[in-house]
Ligand binder design. Structure first.
Ligand SMILES: Nc1ncnc2c1ncn2[C@@H]1O[C@H](COP(=O)(O)OP(=O)(O)OP(=O)(O)O)[C@@H](O)[C@H]1O
Ligand SMILES: Nc1ncnc2c1ncn2[C@@H]1O[C@H](COP(=O)(O)OP(=O)(O)OP(=O)(O)O)[C@@H](O)[C@H]1O
Ligand SMILES: [Mg+2]
Ligand SMILES: [Mg+2]
Lengths: 168, 152, 152, 168
């Protein structure tokens, strides 16, 4: 499966819907400090199932919902969709007749949370299974967050073994 | 899984010994298991010798050397078991121009098999990209996207 | 010393509230004591609101915003009780061009009273220096100094 | 007191003697990765009395002595001198008739260690006193090491109070 598109709405600083096409080999995201680049990384981690707000720089998961600005009100929901193309055929059997697979995650301020695959509600377990079967899982060595590259060398040897474990 | 851990370790180590000299323009590095007897709890040690320098504690390396070594390890694991995509957020920040050049060359090679999404403030890293997305906050606190398509 | 701690805290806080908006081109930040009753053990909290954005957890700030906030605090303390010199090693690494510009302006101002020694890979930071020292390793592993005098 | 000059010999990657003049308001140190810039910062911390090898990225204090390269042998001693000008008059009484004050620290591989002020052997205590009296002490807010700027925001509130304490 290849990533095709990322859609962000109400997630962190993305009040208005934003859609990023990822159909090229190398995509670069640029912009001034604080404009939202790392928030895109957080959005990808989140839609892939991140359960810890701390790993998204928040204190509570509610922190990832657009919180308003000096002039705009907060939103009541965050929604991120990751769309994959199935053209390389490496897809679980039940998705073989789809050209794309869309994984959506929503969070409401009251704490209610939804997962959808191709717009059909499902459980976190189904999303986790899909990512596991297709090898898309957010492995530690496929997402390097800002400032985290140094941790590999500063970590204790026992803390580093997970890198090999994830690839094994 | 002990067997798989050891096999993966050896494959990654082999790759790491090739990748490191490419990024450092020479030198030598390898991985070592702290406890070969106990594969379930052994740690992973990194031994590094930049070109022309002596083998010393990894802690004495410079900020840029540490970052580039970590990148070499990450890329080695990635080449042994590629993910469909790789997300790198400002890993080039501590690197000088020469190292950024070699880093970008390697990203371009690896992008033949995986999609790379790279966040950067560096102009030469931007130049390697096929597509550039600019994120702006014309209105403070609200992110907007501007897409600049470089290549087709 | 409780009294001195509180006095220093208040002076630094006042300065921080002036310095932050200069570096961020607006916005607002302040320091708070976690326990005003117990000045011997109280912690120091930092509250930050970049221009136009809402007050949120400091953890949600971007890499560059966190670095610039830390610089604002360091400079505030420095202005209250200057040291004869200030040594900054690549603090500009996560900053974008606009922030680096304001950072350098402030360094130039503060250098009227203290000597600044700044390690950087950034060209605009180099441009602010009166003297540039280049460190090289023509022979691997052996540092040599090349001095480039910019201004007199 | 103002810094006038730093002399490094046999410290970390500085096998040959290197002398940096610091008579300008802003001095910038530049160069490729690994060429020795942060080692200059370590040299300054060390001559000012740093007692922990860990704070100098080493495991043992012996790590700061030039360890040789593929082609050159290790040295047996590291020596760093920091020279201050006394022209602004803020100097302890006993140094008033000097135009400069030179603080020197040496370390030999056998662990033997020397401190000298104006080339006269003295104790670490004398050096510490001199720095304390002249306000030159390596305060946490006057030396920001590479990668350490982020710690201020990530630290716990109780860990940050030392910044105020040092300025008080
Ligand atoms: N829930 C939220 N609602 C609104 N804004 C938010 C929310 N969460 C985070 N932000 C804002 O997003 C900004 C951080 O964005 P991000 O980390 O993506 O910046 P960046 O582009 O990576 O910058 P840098 O180049 O400095 O790393 C912060 O200013 C923060 O206030
Ligand atoms: N005792 C020693 N003998 C010889 N070389 C040493 C010694 N200690 C450290 N080094 C070398 O010094 C180099 C690190 O230098 P330094 O940290 O000053 O680099 P830098 O110029 O700051 O680079 P960067 O831009 O990446 O931060 C390392 O390659 C290390 O091997
Ligand atoms: Mg960022
Ligand atoms: Mg350095």
């Amino acid at each position: 499966m290849k990533i095709k598109r990322l859609e962000i709405l109400g997630f962190k600083s993305f009040q208005d819907k934003v859609s990023l096409e990822f159909n090229q080999a190398i995509t670069s995201i640029v912009g001034p400090n604080g404009c939202g680049k790392s928030n895109v990384v957080d959005a990808i981690r989140w839609v892939m199932g991140e359960q810890s707000a701390k790993n998204l720089r928040g204190k509570a998961m509610e922190d990832i919902i657009f919180n308003g600005t000096e002039y705009r009100k907060p939103l009541g929901m965050a929604e991120v969709s990751l769309v994959f193309s199935t053209e390389d055929g490496r897809v679980p059997a039940k998705y073989l007749n789809f050209t794309e697979i869309q994984v959506t995650r929503r969070l409401y301020r009251d704490g209610e949370s939804d997962y959808l695959i191709n717009k059909i509600p499902c459980r976190l377990l189904d999303v986790a299974e899909l990512f596991m079967d297709t090898g898309i899982g957010a492995r530690a060595y496929s997402i390097i967050e800002q400032g985290k590259i140094g941790m590999i060398l500063h970590a204790k040897p026992e803390e580093r073994r997970f890198l090999i474990e994830e690839a094994a | 899984t002990r067997k798989r851990f050891l096999e993966t370790f050896q494959l990654v180590n082999e790759k790491f010994q090739q990748i490191f000299p490419r990024l450092f323009c020479g030198g030598h590095a390898e991985l070592r298991l702290t406890d070969e007897e106990d594969l379930l709890t052994t740690g992973l040690e990194i031994v590094v010798q930049p070109p022309g320098k002596k083998l010393q504690n990894v802690s004495l390396l410079s900020g840029g050397e540490k970052a580039l070594t970590a990148v070499a390890l990450i890329f080695s694991i990635f080449l042994i078991k590629p993910s469909p995509f790789c997300l790198l957020d400002e890993v080039d920040a501590p690197l000088d121009d020469a190292n950024i050049g070699r880093f970008n060359e390697m990203v371009r090679e690896m992008s033949a098999n995986s999609q790379f999404i790279i966040i950067t403030h560096n102009r030469s890293t931007m130049a390697v990209a096929d597509t550039l997305y600019g994120v702006t906050m014309e209105e403070p606190g609200v992110s907007k996207l501007v897409s600049v398509r470089l290549n087709c």
